[in-house]
Design a protein around this ligand. Structure first.
Ligand code: PLP
Length: 392
């Protein structure tokens, strides 16, 4: 991100979308890499602040922010609040004026682009629950919000934000979203005399399912976008806004493997179940939207897949009491036995952060590894943790 975006283009920022994976050590890592954080809840904001993360580099997103969240955001001095609903404007204004500060904000718009990804992770379409529809007629939601913010003494509207979806491999949808947003920036100047100083493109850069597939290079998105931004702003005579991106998955997903122990193997006619000591509690992504994964045996990662006779397929399943508790539906993996350890690739994003304690499974530990040194950054949950706060 530093080399391909921050150092290549002037007046740019990266804000890591912490919902993909956030622990205090992760916040520290992002801080040390010179990036900022995008948070969407009291819990994420508190985690970042408790790690000593500089609040001016935090931005607060979210389509249903509570008063408490906005209050903590304003009082802790977060750099930007991304407004997703008209009601937020007054709430932010109240807390900012109480504190005697001017809060910097962006307004999130839905540029009317339907990204080519699973519908649960597409967010840019006009009827999305996120953002303001791009509609500048007199009295529209967006027009009213911009006028309100421009007239407020406690709000400093710096610009716009959009995010069209996640796990994208093709910059086309992004480019379409950007084109529409630059037209909006032009119309805002022409109709409302509003100057956009910042434009946040959101995240969404895809991650690959195993290490033998080449990474997605973020510049396949950011280069054409930055060129388009420069060209079209010049064409319309607009100030070139600061460009901000919010990658989550791309930063963390491929950096992680999840280790599972094989508990048992059940061979049935037509299907073999490899049952492991985790599952949808630590990784609900297959159950949620059929996310694809690949795994290898740690004892021999390069071993060829074991071909079972008659096209029998192999499912790697978890230990939760649901038939949908699947990690890999049609696994290509070598012959395994109980006690083997398998490594599930590309599992850093939206796994630990989406994990639960379903069936009262204890959340696994998180270990950072660098140059052969390992460090536990989140302890495995203890049984005491499982009943903490659970009163008889
Ligand atoms: C989820 C999200 C991101 C990050 O998406 P990735 O696909 O993980 O890069 C960025 N911005 C917003 C507003 C999001 O909701």
């Amino acid at each position: 991100m530093r080399e391909t975006f921050l150092e290549r283009w002037e007046n740019t920022r990266v804000r890591y979308a912490s919902k993909a994976f956030l622990t205090r050590a992760m916040a520290k890592l992002i801080q040390d890499e010179g990036m900022g954080l995008d948070v969407v809840s009291l819990g994420e904001l508190f985690t970042a602040l408790s790690a000593g993360f500089p609040s001016e580099r935090i931005e607060m997103n979210g389509n249903a922010k509570s008063h408490e969240e906005i209050e903590l955001a304003v009082n802790s001095g977060v750099g930007r609040i991304i407004v997703d609903h008209p009601d937020e404007l007054k709430t932010i204004e109240n807390y900012a004026s109480k504190k005697g500060v001017v809060q910097r904000i962006l307004i999130r718009v839905a540029p009317g682009v339907d990204a080519h990804t699973h519908k649960y992770i597409a967010t840019g379409q006009t009827d999305s629950k996120f953002g303001f529809p791009v509609e500048l007629s007199e009295g529209s939601m967006l027009t009213n919000a911009i006028k309100y913010a421009m007239n407020s003494k406690s709000l400093d509207l710096r610009g716009l934000h959009f995010h069209i979806g996640s796990q994208l491999f093709d910059p086309d949808d992004y480019i379409k979203g950007l084109e529409k947003t630059i037209e909006l920036i032009r119309d805002l100047r022409d109709k409302l005399n509003f100057v956009t100083h910042e434009l946040n493109f959101g995240g969404g850069f895809g991650a690959v399912i195993n290490p033998s597939i080449p990474h997605v290079h973020p510049e396949i998105f950011t280069d054409p976008m930055m060129k388009l931004l420069h060209e079209n702003c010049t064409k319309y005579g607009l100030e070139i806004p600061r460009a901000i991106i919010e990658p989550g998955r791309w930063i963390v997903s491929e950096a992680c493997v999840t280790l599972y122990k094989v508990e048992n193997i059940k061979e049935l006619p037509g299907v073999t179940y490899i049952a492991v000591n985790g599952g949808m509690a630590d990784n609900p992504r297959y159950a949620l939207y059929q996310a694809e994964y690949e795994a290898v045996a740690v004892k021999d990662p390069d071993a060829p897949a074991y071909d079972r006779e008659g096209g029998t397929h192999v499912s790697i399943v978890g230990k939760c009491c649901e038939s949908g508790d699947i990690l890999i539906e049609n696994a290509k993996i070598c012959k395994l036995e109980a006690g083997d350890i398998i490594a599930l690739y590309n599992s850093g994003a939206y796994t630990f952060s989406m994990s639960s304690t379903y069936n009262k499974l204890q959340r696994p530990a998180v270990v950072f590894v660098e140059n052969g040194e390992a460090r536990v950054v989140v302890e495995r949950q203890s049984l005491e943790d499982i009943i903490r706060g659970d009163n008889l």
